[in-house]
Design a protein around this ligand. Structure first.
Ligand code: C2E
Ligand code: MG
Ligand code: MG
Ligand code: MG
Length: 277
C-alpha cells in the first residue's frame, strides 16, 4: 500500500507493484546470468479439440526461476530481453527446450512456441530453427510458432521472406492474440498463417457481451474462409466453452482445460461430460 498526497491509502496496481520491485534491479544483466545459470524454464498449457476435448498439444510459456525474486513471468522478462537483444539467445534456448520436450511426447501432439518480433526480424532465424529441429530430432510438422500481429508491423518484406523460409521447413505458424491489434486483416492478406488464436479479451466477455460474440463469430468465419483452424485462448468457464463450440471454434485453451505446468499435465475433460450433449 502507498500513501497518497491527500493522506488516503490505496492499493497499488499490479503494474505499480512490478515497477516498484524492479526499480533497483538491472534485469538485463541478471537475465544474462540467469540464461547461463539455467534459471529459465518452460511451462506447458494443454490445447484440446473443441469437439471432444481430445488433447492436440501444448503451448510452451516462458518462466524465470529467480533465486531471490521467485518465479518471474514473460511480461517482465520478454520486453527486457527484447530491448537488450538477449531475446535472440533466450528465444533459441526456449525453442531448444520446447522441441526437446515435445520429441518425447506421444506422436501427433504438437508444441506451440511464442516467437518475438526481434527473433523473426533476424535473417538467420529460419536457419536457427532448422538447426534446432535437426539437433532435437523433432518432426517439423509438430512445431508451431506463434507470432502476434505487432511482430509483423514494419518489417513486411523481410517478414514475408522469413515466413516462406520457415514454412518451407514444414512447421506451422499461428497468428496469436488475433483481434487485439488493429491491422489484422492486412496481416492476413500478406501472411499465410496456419491458425488463428482469438485473443482472450474477446473470449472472456462472450457470456456477457453480444458484441464479443459477434466478433468471435466473425473470426471463426474468417478462419473458415481462409481454410485455417481457430483456437480460443483464455477459456475459463463452461459457459464460454458452450458458446465457442456452438459457434464452431476448433480448439480450446485456458484454465478450464488446464493451467500451464512444468510437466505437461493431461487436460481436464470433465467439462465435456457436463455439456450434456
Ligand atoms: P500468449 O502467447 O497469448 O499466452 C497466453 C497467456 O495467457 C499465458 O500467459 C497464459 O498463462 C495465459 N492464460 C492461459 N489460459 C488462461 C486463462 O484461462 N485465463 C487467464 N487469465 N490467462 C490464461 P503468460 O504465460 O504470462 O504469457 C504471456 C505472454 O508472454 C504470452 O501470451 C506470450 O505473448 C508471451 N510469452 C510467453 N512465453 C514466451 C516466450 O517463450 N517467448 C516470447 N517471445 N514470448 C513469450
Ligand atoms: Mg501464444
Ligand atoms: Mg495469445
Ligand atoms: Mg497474449
Amino acid at each position: 500500500e502507498k500513501r497518497m498526497g491527500g493522506g488516503g491509502i490505496r492499493r497499488l496496481s499490479l503494474r505499480e507493484v512490478e515497477e516498484a520491485s524492479t526499480a533497483d534491479w538491472d534485469i538485463a544483466a541478471d537475465l544474462h546470468r540467469a540464461l547461463e545459470a539455467g534459471e529459465l524454464f518452460l511451462v506447458y498449457q494443454p490445447v484440446v479439440a473443441a469437439g471432444d476435448g481430445a488433447l492436440r498439444g501444448y503451448e510452451a510459456l516462458l518462466r524465470w526461476a529467480h533465486p531471490a525474486r521467485g518465479i518471474i513471468g514473460p511480461h517482465i522478462l520478454v520486453p527486457v530481453a527484447e530491448e537488450s537483444g538477449l531475446i535472440v539467445e533466450v528465444g533459441a534456448h526456449v525453442l531448444r527446450l520446447a522441441c526437446a520436450a515435445a520429441r518425447d511426447w506421444p506422436g501427433g501432439l504438437r508444441v506451440a512456441v511464442n516467437v518475438s518480433p526481434v527473433q523473426l526480424a533476424r535473417p538467420d532465424f529460419p536457419k536457427t530453427v532448422a538447426a534446432i529441429l535437426a539437433e532435437t530430432g523433432l518432426a517439423p510438422e509438430r512445431l508451431e510458432l506463434e507470432v502476434t500481429e505487432t511482430a509483423i508491423l514494419g518489417h513486411t518484406e523481410q517478414m514475408v521472406r522469413a515466413f516462406e523460409a520457415l514454412k518451407a521447413l514444414g512447421l506451422a505458424i499461428a497468428l496469436d492474440d488475433f483481434g487485439a491489434g488493429w491491422s489484422s486483416l492486412a496481416t492476413l492478406r500478406h501472411f499465410p498463417f496456419d491458425r488463428l488464436k482469438v485473443d482472450r479479451g474477446f473470449v472472456s466477455r462472450i457470456e456477457l457481451d453480444p458484441r464479443s460474440v459477434a466478433i468471435v463469430r466473425a473470426v471463426l468465419g474468417l478462419g473458415a474462409s481462409l481454410g485455417v483452424p481457430v483456437t480460443a485462448e483464455g477459456v475459463e468457464t463452461l459457459g464460454q466453452l458452450r458458446i465457442l463450440r456452438r459457434l464452431g471454434c476448433n480448439e480450446i485453451q485456458g484454465y478450464l482445460i488446464g493451467r500451464p505446468a512444468p510437466d505437461p499435465q493431461p487436460p481436464e475433460t470433465d467439462a465435456w461430460a457436463e455439456l450434456g450433449d
